[in-house]
Design a protein. Structure first.
Length: 87
């Protein structure tokens, strides 16, 4: 494995594998550690979604005043999906 550059597909695979690994650790971890490991897995999943092109995960990470121009439409689209139960 090269440390020079990771292409999108390799990065997505690494993130997915890391999330799966955190869940495997969490399965046998005591409560405080399990919660942390599950949160780490969820964060890795969100980053994987971002790498795959889903910018909607950033809506929860960035305060609205830091959203780039046009992201209000992205928020509206995701709000509509939530209301319809499709997200």
């Amino acid at each position: 494995m090269s440390t020079d550059h990771i292409d999108g597909a390799e990065l997505l695979d690494l993130l997915t594998q890391a999330a799966a690994g955190r869940r495997e650790y969490a399965a046998n971890a005591p409560d405080p550690a399990r919660l942390i490991l599950e949160q780490e897995a969820a964060t890795l999943d969100a980053v994987a979604r971002l790498v795959s092109g889903d910018r909607s995960v950033m809506l929860g990470w960035l305060p609205s005043w830091r959203w780039p121009d046009g992201w209000e439409r992205l928020y509206d689209r995701n709000a509509n999906k939530r209301e319809a139960g499709t997200q």
